[in-house]
Design a protein around this ligand. Structure first.
Ligand SMILES: [Fe+2]
Length: 74
């Protein structure tokens, strides 16, 4: 199953309900939306770019910013 940008966005909004600090979620949404605009201007896959932008900091759900790139991989 392929994760779509809508799936990723819905996932972030569900996570927002669980975390104390949701600034990184707002940041991730901005990154995803910006990535989508850049992809559109370059005629690349807009949904794929938005999806990756939305989930790029997903590891912060586990332990905040500490080791979030490693946590995001898992
Ligand atoms: Fe980030």
């Amino acid at each position: 199953m392929k994760l779509t940008s809508n799936d990723a966005l819905n996932m972030l909004e569900e996570i927002r309900k669980e975390v104390e600090n949701d600034h990184w979620i707002d940041h991730s949404i901005c990154v995803g939306n910006s990535a989508g605009k850049i992809a559109e201007s370059l005629k690349l896959d807009v949904d794929f770019a938005k999806t990756l932008g939305y989930i790029h900091d997903i590891g912060k759900k586990i332990n905040g910013p500490k080791n979030h790139s490693v946590n995001g991989y898992y």
